[in-house]
Every structure is written in C-alpha cells, then in structure tokens.
Design a protein around this ligand. Structure first.
Ligand code: SIN
Length: 481
C-alpha cells in the first residue's frame, strides 16, 4: 500500500462499500479507511431492512410516505430520485448473488408492506457481510481521520492516526461515508465508533451543513444494559403486530395518533417519553407471537434479549426511546458532491441529501446508501481531475487528553437531557454554554464531537417552531403533543 489513491473512502458501512464496489468497477484504485474494525458501522446493526418501491405504481406512494413522515421538510426532487432508483437495487444485488428473504414487511408510517429483509432481523449484517466478502479494495482499519487536507475548494487527502502514529494519506477524490453522531447521546443504538467527527471537520473547514438539529430517536430500544450502544427492537416487530403498553397494559399511543404503533417514529418516541415522564413504565408486548415464529422472524432480538434474561415472547420487553439517526449532515448535490467543492463527496448518514426531511421514514436509510453510493461513483467519474500530489506537512496534534472520557460522558448526558426528544430554549442555552466551555478542555479529536454537538444545538435554537423530530416546548405547548 502506498499513500496515494485515486479515491479514499472514510467509513466501511454499506454506503462506503457500495461506493467502493462501483468505483472499482470503473477502474479506480480505492482505499477504504475505517476507524476500528470493519464491522463497527451502523449498517451492521440495521435490523428492519431496505425500503424499495415495489414497482412503478408504488413509486408515487413511497414518495408520499417519505414526504409525510418527513413532515414535507424533505427535498422533493431528491426523494423522487431515490424512490425511482430504488426499483433497480434488487436486480443489482441479485446479479451479485444476494437474495432477500421471501416476503416484505410493514414498518411505521409506510402505507403498504415494502420493506425487504434478510436473515429475519439481520438485514444490515447480512448485506454488510455480503458486500465485504466481495470488496475488491484496499482496506486500512483502526485508522482515525482527524483532518482533511484541503486548499480552497479542492481536497488532497486526509490526516490520520493509526496505532499512535500520525501521517497523511493522499487522494484525487475523497468520499466521506463515516455515519452519524450516535456517541453524542447517552442512549443510542449506533455502533461504538459513530461520533460525528467528520461532521466536526467539515464545520471547522466551513463546509455547508444543514438541518443539524434534526435528530431521530427510535421509540423501541432496550436500554437496560451496560454498553453505551443499546439494543434496537426493530420497528418491524411493531409492523408485525407488537404492541406498546404501559404497566397497566394500556395501549396509550392511540391518545397521540390514530395509527397507534404504526405512527411515525417521532410521534411514538415523544409519546413514550411523555408517558415515562408521567411516571409510567413502558413495554413492548410481543406475547401474541409464538416462540417459534418470534425466534425465526427476529433471531437477533430473540437471542440478545434472552441473554439479558427477558423471556420473549411471553415476557414483555421494557423499552425506551434512544437516539438512532441523524437526518442533518454535510450538504451534497444530487451526485453526492459536497456543495462548493470540486472533489469531496459525502454519502449515507454523514450526508444531508434532503431525502429524510424532519423525520426519516423507517428503512429508508439503507436505501439512501445504495442509491447515493452508486451516484457517488458516477459523480467521481464525472469529475476527471489531473492527479496532483501535494505534500502537506505531517503535524503532530494533541488528539486526546487524559480527562477526555469524562467530558465525552458529560456531553452525552447533556445532549440527552437538553437536546433530546423534547427541547426548550433554556435547556438549549445551557447545553451551548457547556459545549463552548468544554471544547477547550479536550484534545483535538474529541473536540470534533463538541463542534458537531454545538452545531446541533445552534440549529435547535434557531428553529423556533417544532417540526418532526425537532420538538421545542414553548410556554403554550400542551403536554400531550
Ligand atoms: C428498525 O429496524 O427499526 C430500524 C430500521 C431503520 O432505522 O430504518
């Protein structure tokens, strides 16, 4: 391995692997850089599946469902493009030898069954493994990107640290596919590596970010476990009839939305959060499933919960909302190029394409990775650049300090408490004050997550009206909304 590549991709989830697959087909030399192990990506944990329009007739309905779930805050053209292009994905995967399980399922806010899955609730893991086994590119693991080498609108590479050594890697095109921001929140469903660092670099460089305040909380998460990453209980469980109940067995969601368990995530998360705040305990009741069905349809959830002593399906699952997905991100053009740059691209959760609006429709995230992962390759091919290898000095940065862990944990608490499911101006201002003062206490790598967090808080303060996942209390806010 040298230190110059046609393309460097930061991130080894499905967005990165799918982009890499197409770029390799186009003849580029590609290096995938990943922060820890190659499996430490959100895609690996995606349970529900991939939304694909069932046929041409379903495209307008899928567009409508996506826009409705997103509170029409989406970029309509991007949604149309994503939905139309979803029609080709099954064939592309089939040609490679990947077959979904028979049948499709329903998830919240979809008006028809159109979520394709594999291995029951292991869709992300199966797809990720499948792509990884066929990945033809160079791979560098345990490598953390802490800066982008950039002059004006052109990128030349990245600064990285690997096994304590800091060095530069150079490329003609750089693709960010590094995922979202899970580690900024106390309760989250994301892989342990996902901490919003690349968003922080983008903000430092003055690159455009958008809708940073749009943070999605998944309503049904098992949080009674020691690890920071909590166990997602797929939306598909509700899609197949799982019921949200309180300690008295009441299905209280209907007080908030006539769709009950099949309302959109933002509505259900808020309802559960408020019910818990009012002193109730909340559970997912799956007792109508036979053990045979549940263990086959949801093998990952079944095994993991049993390991934690929850005897599903007979025993109800204690649940809470937890941070799950970031709709905001680095703003890109339809070919996934970061706005205002020549050769920097972003794809997957790190990017803001506008497809998700104010609340992402269930299982549209892997779809976005596939659609825009392919478009990124086309974008790179459409940007022929003369190879310029410019040497940047290797700078030795103080990336982490001894006390960083304490500050990271404090940040997670504050983000959960004050920048979470229900926000208010006072709490946001307190969060901003904490973030601003803590920024100077931490090393340069840790600082990146503080920079990202600050942008989320600033976005939340600037959006005065509630919209989708961003819910802000005002003096006149009724308490059951
Ligand atoms: C789930 O299975 O509920 C998660 C899928 C998604 O995030 O869309």
């Amino acid at each position: 391995m040298g230190n110059f590549y046609d393309v460097i991709i930061v991130g080894s989830g499905i967005a990165g692997l799918w982009s890499g697959y197409w770029l390799n087909k186009l003849g580029y030399s590609v290096l995938i850089v990943t922060k820890r192990e190659v499996f430490d990506a959100n895609s690996f944990y995606a349970q529900g599946g991939v939304t694909l329009a069932l046929n041409r007739e379903d495209v307008p309905l899928h567009i409508e469902d996506t826009l409705k779930a997103g509170w029409f805050h989406n970029n309509r053209e991007m949604v149309e493009l994503m939905s139309r292009e979803s029609l080709h994905i099954r064939t592309e995967l089939k040609k490679l030898g990947f077959h979904f399980d028979p049948g499709v399922t329903r998830e919240g806010a979809h008006s028809v069954d159109r979520v394709f899955h594999k291995g029951g609730d292991a869709t992300g893991r199966e797809l990720h493994l499948f792509l990884l086994q066929r990945d033809p590119n160079y791979l560098m693991d345990n490598t953390i990107v802490y800066d982008i080498l950039m002059e004006e609108d052109r990128v030349y590479g990245v600064r990285v640290v690997r096994k304590g050594e800091q060095f530069n890697l150079y490329c003609n095109h750089l693709i960010l596919a590094s995922g979202g921001i899970g580690a900024l929140y106390k309760y989250d469903t994301n892989a342990r590596t996902i901490a919003g660092e690349l968003q922080g670099i983008a903000i430092k460089k003055g690159l455009p970010v958008r809708d940073m305040e749009m943070t999605q909380f998944h309503p049904t998460v098992f949080i009674q476990m020691e690890f920071a990453q909590k166990l997602l209980i797929s939306e598909a469980v509700r899609g197949e009839g799982g019921k949200v109940v309180d300690e008295k067995g009441e299905r209280f969601l209907f007080k908030y939305d006539p769709r009950g368990e099949l309302a959109s995530r933002d509505i259900i998360s808020r309802a559960i959060y408020l019910h818990q705040k009012a002193g109730h305990k909340v559970f997912l009741d799956v007792s109508h499933f036979s053990e045979e069905f549940f263990s086959h349809r949801f093998p990952t959830i079944y095994k993991k919960l049993r390991n934690y002593g929850i005897k599903v399906p007979k025993q109800k699952i204690p649940i809470s909302p937890a941070f799950h997905y970031h709709m905001g991100g680095i703003e890109v053009e339809p070919d996934s190029r970061v706005k205002g740059t020549q050769n920097l691209f972003a794809v997957g959760e790190v990017a803001y394409t506008g497809v998700h609006g104010a609340n992402r429709l269930a299982s549209n995230s892997l779809l976005e990775c596939f659609v825009f992962g392919k478009r990124v390759a086309e974008g790179v091919a459409g940007t022929p650049l003369k190879k310029v290898k410019r040497d940047f000095p290797v700078e030795r940065w103080l990336l982490m300090r001894e006390e960083d862990k304490k500050w990271k944990n404090k940040l997670r608490e504050i983000m959960w408490e004050k920048v979470g499911i229900i926000r208010n101006k006072k709490g946001l201002e307190e969060a901003l004050e904490f973030i601003t003062s803590a920024r100077s206490e931490v090393g340069e790598l840790t600082a990146l997550r503080f920079i990202t967090a600050k942008e989320i808080v600033k976005g939340a303060l600037n959006r005065h009206q509630s919209l989708g996942a961003h819910y802000i209390e005002t003096d006149s806010t009724p308490q059951n909304q």
